[in-house]
Design a protein around this ligand. Structure first.
Ligand code: TYD
Length: 212
């Protein structure tokens, strides 16, 4: 979309949905097919944005200062987007672990922050290069809890209550109905089937062409 030749593809879902696993699998697949691609994540993705990520995840407390959290997220995104834009201009497929829909789900629906402010800031950043496709990997809250506990080392987002996680999941479900670019994937299916489904959509939507 917009000025760029490449495609921004984002992955969303609650904790433990398997986003990172799938990004790695899709990245490997594209590399094997000699398709130019990078994987990146939010908050983070650049040296500066990774520093901001640590402030958000480790230094801020839940609901302590919501506006600071939102502005830090957008500072990180603003810096990260320079990198995304650079690769999109060069024709890359950019696979990004979380993006604007996480901001809608966590900061707007869950924390109640202004959608107007969020959209205003977002448009300052990516007006010309919106995500082409978004894969929302959907899992039940119980599955999320089990997977996150297995992983250990819980950060403040991983310690969310079931009620909060339910709210977040419902927000992603709502978003997937609102925006055509969002494709909902059943995250309880086996990893290979999920990867195949993602590749199917990437081909169908012309993100990748002429693969053998
Ligand atoms: P996450 O990718 O889940 O980290 P990990 O898989 O290593 O635990 O992302 C960290 C957290 O950042 C996640 O719980 C949600 C939060 N987040 C927001 O609240 N708003 C946003 O806009 C983004 C991009 C992330």
């Amino acid at each position: 979309m917009g000025l760029s030749k490449g495609s921004l593809i984002t992955f969303e879902g609650i904790e433990g949905s398997g986003k990172s696993t799938q990004i790695n699998k899709v990245f490997k697949f594209l590399k094997n097919k000699k398709i130019k691609c990078i994987k990146t994540r939010e908050p983070g993705g650049t040296k500066l944005a990774e520093k901001i990520r640590r402030l958000i995840i480790n230094d801020l407390q839940n609901n302590e200062d919501k506006l600071t959290e939102l502005l830090l997220l957008f500072s990180a995104r603003s810096n990260h987007f320079l990198k995304i834009k650079y690769f999109l201009k060069k024709g890359y497929v950019v696979l990004c672990d979380r993006y604007i829909d996480s901001t809608y789900a966590y900061q707007h629906y869950e924390q109640g922050q202004s959608i107007k402010l969020i959209n205003f800031l977002q448009n300052q950043i990516d007006k010309d290069s919106k995500p082409k496709l978004t894969f929302f990997i959907d899992i039940p809250v119980q599955t999320s809890k089990q997977r996150v506990h297995k992983r250990g080392r819980l950060d403040r987002f991983d310690k969310y209550s079931e009620k909060k996680l339910n709210k977040l999941r419902n927000s992603f479900l709502k978003l997937s109905k609102k925006y055509n670019r969002i494709i909902k994937i059943n995250g309880k299916k086996n990893k290979k089937d999920i990867k195949d489904e993602i590749i199917y959509h990437l081909i169908k939507k012309n993100v990748i062409k002429n693969i053998k």
